[in-house]
Design a protein around this ligand. Sequence first.
Ligand SMILES: NC(=O)C1=CN([C@@H]2O[C@H](COP(=O)(O)OP(=O)(O)OC[C@H]3O[C@@H](n4cnc5c(N)ncnc54)[C@H](OP(=O)(O)O)[C@@H]3O)[C@@H](O)[C@H]2O)C=CC1
Ligand SMILES: O=C(O)[C@@H]1CCC=N1
Length: 270
Amino acid sequence: MTIRFGLIGCGVMGEALLSRLLARGVYQPSEVIVSEPLLARQGFLQQEYDVTVTADNSSVFALASEVVFLAVKPQVFSAIAQELAGILEAAYSPLVISILAGVSLSQLEGAFPQLPIVRAMPNTPATVGAGITAMCLGAYTNTKHQQIAQQIFSAVGEVVEVSEILMDAVTGLSGSGPAYVALMVESLADGGVAAGLPRVIANQLALQTVLGTAKLLEESKIHPAELKDRVTSPGGTTIAGIAQLERSGFRSALIEAVRVAAQRSLELGK
Ligand SMILES: NC(=O)C1=CN([C@@H]2O[C@H](COP(=O)(O)OP(=O)(O)OC[C@H]3O[C@@H](n4cnc5c(N)ncnc54)[C@H](OP(=O)(O)O)[C@@H]3O)[C@@H](O)[C@H]2O)C=CC1
Ligand SMILES: O=C(O)[C@@H]1CCC=N1
């Protein structure tokens, strides 16, 4: 079978995408080639997913007919672009999808001249099919490329299309956001332990509180402020907790976290 999908860099996000694409049957293992530098990691990926594995990024470009998906760290982007520059003319003209934080369409189009490019920002809940991806389309893309990217990211969750100028803000919010939420779950559980709960129970209560609240907001479509008001009894426990959160700058901390992460995304592309 022809190789249709090439993945350059199969770490946390690459593997999350790969496993779901295979599980959903978007690509068959025989249609996929993956490049990874470490022998041990190559062995694992080959065994686990039965895909073709290589250490040579140029083979990915030479063999993948439909999509080349870049999932390396932004810091190695220029090295990879240099490495691939020589082979681009001889290869197919695959759709290049990049999930590299901060790396712009113009940088990608400079590295892969005339190729259709999609810049995207998924997030780690993609691993369980509950991610959200924002994407924007490069100058050489057409409807078919848009559909391919939609199909790939739909396999791991929701997809929104945004203009490129918003991609750094997306990165600061939904790209990095799972880490903020994980920190919150951990801290809520720690608070429970501080208040006397056994750790296992505290972890379960914290996780389900975040999950349940997200589900309630999603299904009821009520504004978060309204939900907060519904929980907050006059003179009760919740308003005491909220007053403390406000004294500690909780909202401002989250607003600044997203803003600073967006700024960092912008810097990573420089
Ligand atoms: N983690 C996240 O939540 C998200 C990450 N992203 C973006 O996804 C990209 C990947 O992030 P993440 O998966 O977390 O990072 P990882 O470090 O987990 O994955 C990157 C992988 O690329 C491999 N690699 C390194 N150099 C090369 C090379 N020259 N050729 C091929 N493969 C190489 C690494 O191998 P080794 O480890 O041996 O160096 C590693 O397995 C980043 O650009 C990031 O901005 C986007 C959305 C969310
Ligand atoms: O921390 C990072 O740079 C990457 C991008 C978004 C999530 N992780």
